[in-house]
Design a protein around this ligand. Structure first.
Ligand SMILES: [Zn+2]
Length: 73
């Protein structure tokens, strides 16, 4: 039964190639979704830390909201 042995041999090789190709496609390191946290600034009025892009800046001071900005001296 030479033909069947060859067939099994070929199937075995094909299986190994398929597994190797799948392993090669699989990324080894999963990319973590890096959430960009912007630098935090401190409200000059109440001390609350707010993201820089949400803070209200007056000269070199930052405020968490318009009320605190208006209350500031
Ligand atoms: Zn504030």
């Amino acid at each position: 039964m030479f033909g069947i042995r060859v067939l099994f041999y070929l199937v075995g090789i094909a299986l190994v190639i398929w597994i190797l190709s799948r392993l090669a496609k699989t990324p080894r390191v999963k990319q973590k979704p890096v959430k960009q946290v912007g630098s935090m600034v401190r409200c000059a009025h109440c001390g609350t830390h707010v993201p820089l892009n949400e803070a209200l800046q007056v000269k070199d001071r930052y405020y968490c909201c318009r009320a605190h900005r208006d209350e500031a001296p």
